[in-house]
Every structure is written in structure tokens, then in C-alpha cells.
Design a protein around this ligand. Structure first.
Ligand code: CTP
Ligand code: MG
Length: 259
């Protein structure tokens, strides 16, 4: 792996990790909460560092969290920088982006909260960028039937889900694309592809991965614990994009559409 990293290592990963985790309930900032006995952020960074393309990780830390994070990540075997995050995810990404040296042309923004993301998904996004895309995001088909509701929570319409996708991170960009998108940002966006879209950039997709789900609520933490136990501690690096957990975004999941 070290040899491969020397050959590539051309990807920088800003990691927004500055959120407080309101939906997780009271407690420490989400990135510092424990998953199977270790901080969420440590799981996330280990999986990022296992992707051969990654040459630098820049963590956007929560208020007062930088020192804790610096000691937590001291043993990671690729360069890690830590910056202070902002009041919104977008501000945290901008802060981390500002600490990425100019030599990195490929930048993949990746949520700390997607702590179990297989390294192979990082490689898939990077590969699509190298193949010529300006912006690339992982996407999965939507499995639930989707309804639009009105002010009284009454159903107004059933939405055609065949053209809908749930998107994940890492979201990959050529440096110039991402910096221009952030510089020209109007309003707050929940993902970086939204900024690029607003700037008129074509955003391509690669098949997402169920394991790249965002750990948001206590239920998600329980699922993550179960997945780690299921793997018997096997690092996510052994997961393979293209297996049963990785679905082409253009293919409806499952055998029925009733979902
Ligand atoms: N994030 C960040 N800076 C913020 C807000 C969010 O860096 N001001 C990061 C989170 O740490 C997380 C990612 O953006 O890794 C996705 O955000 P989310 O899952 O919403 O995390 P939180 O904002 O912490 O959670 P909540 O919205 O429930 O408070
Ligand atoms: Mg949030």
C-alpha cells in the first residue's frame, strides 16, 4: 500500500468534522463520540487513510476539539492537518479547503459522519475525476416510496422516484471547480455538489455504497456498531465496490418497486 501511495497520493481530503451532532442527542461533538469504543472521527480517518490515492487529510475540528483530535490522529500514517471548522458545514469545508496546498488538483470532500465508508469508494470517485470529470458524487437509488405533503402533513402527491438519487460523500472535484464554487456560493448548501451545480458545473455520479451512510441519529450509531461487529473488526478497506452493497445508481434496488 505504501508503494501505491507513493505512486499516487494525489488526492487531498477535506473532512468536515465540526458539527455538534444535535440529532444524535446531548453529548460531545459527534466526531468525538464513541463508535465501538473509539471516536467516530478515528474510524473515518482510518478508512480514508487506507485509500491509496489519498496524500493529505485536512480535518475541520469542532470548537475546542483541535488538540484532542491532533493527539487522536497522531498515529495515522499519512499527513493530517487540523483546522478550526465553522458554524455551518459549508464554512467548515471552506476552512479545510483553505489548508489544502496548491499541488493537489484532486479534492474529495468527505463527511466525518460517514465513518464506515469503504476506501474503494474513495478510489472510485478519484478514478472518475482522473477520467475527466470536473465533479463526481456517489449516488444510490431511493428505496422508499416518496410523497410530497402539504401544510397539514397531508399527502399531496407521489413523486416518481426513478429519477431520484440519495447522494453521499466523498464528493470529488478538480481544485479549480471546487474553489470557484465555494467563492461564488450564494446561500447555504448541505453538500458541495450543490455549490458546483449552482455554478453550472456538470456533476457526474458513481455507484454509492450502503456503508457510506451518514451516522446521524442514535439508530445509525447502533447500525454502525452492528456492522463493525458483523465484520469481526475487519477494516472497511476489505470491502469491495461492486459487491452486493454497491449498486449502480441507475438500477432500482431490490426486485420490487413497492419497497
Ligand atoms: N459539519 C461541520 N461543521 C458544521 C456542521 C457540520 O464540519 N458546522 C460536519 C459534521 O461534523 C459532519 C458533516 O458535516 O461530519 C455532516 O453533517 P451532519 O451529519 O449534519 O453533522 P452535524 O451537523 O454534527 O449533526 P446535526 O445536524 O444533527 O447537528
Ligand atoms: Mg448538521
Amino acid at each position: 500500500m505504501t508503494a501505491q501511495r507513493t505512486a499516487r497520493g494525489d488526492v487531498a481530503i477535506p473532512v468536515p468534522a465540526a458539527g455538534s451532532g444535535v440529532r444524535m442527542g446531548p453529548g460531545a461533538p459527534k466526531a468525538l463520540r464513541l463508535l465501538a469504543g473509539e471516536p467516530l472521527l478515528l474510524h473515518a480517518v482510518r478508512n480514508i487513510a487506507a485509500a491509496p490515492s489519498v496524500g493529505l487529510i485536512v480535518v475541520a475540528a469542532p470548537p475546542n476539539g483541535a488538540d484532542t483530535i491532533a493527539s487522536m490522529l497522531g498515529n495515522v500514517d499519512i499527513p493530517v492537518r487540523i483546522v478550526l471548522g465553522g458554524a455551518t458545514r459549508q464554512a467548515s469545508v471552506a476552512s479545510a479547503l483553505g489548508a489544502v496546498p496548491a499541488e493537489f488538483d484532486l479534492i474529495l470532500v468527505h463527511d466525518a459522519a460517514r465513518a464506515l465508508t469503504p476506501p474503494a469508494l474513495i478510489e472510485a470517485v478519484a478514478a472518475k475525476l482522473r477520467a475527466g470529470s470536473s465533479a463526481v458524487i456517489p449516488a444510490l437509488p431511493v428505496v422508499d416510496t416518496i410523497k410530497r405533503v402539504g401544510d397539514a402533513a397531508e399527502v399531496v402527491a407521489t413523486v416518481d422516484r426513478s429519477t431520484l438519487r440519495a447522494v453521499q460523500t466523498p464528493q470529488g472535484f478538480r481544485r479549480a471547480t471546487l474553489t470557484a464554487a465555494h467563492a461564488g456560493a450564494a446561500g447555504d448548501h448541505t453538500d458541495d455538489a450543490g455549490l458546483a451545480e449552482q455554478a453550472g458545473v456538470r456533476v457526474d455520479t458513481v455507484p454509492g455504497d450502503d456503508r457510506a451512510f451518514k451516522i446521524t441519529r442514535p439508530f445509525d450509531l447502533a447500525v454502525a456498531e452492528a456492522l463493525l461487529a458483523f465484520d469481526g473488526g475487519t477494516p472497511a478497506s476489505d470491502a469491495i465496490v461492486g459487491d452486493s452493497r454497491s449498486i449502480d445508481p441507475n438500477v432500482e434496488r431490490g426486485t420490487t418497486r413497492e419497497g
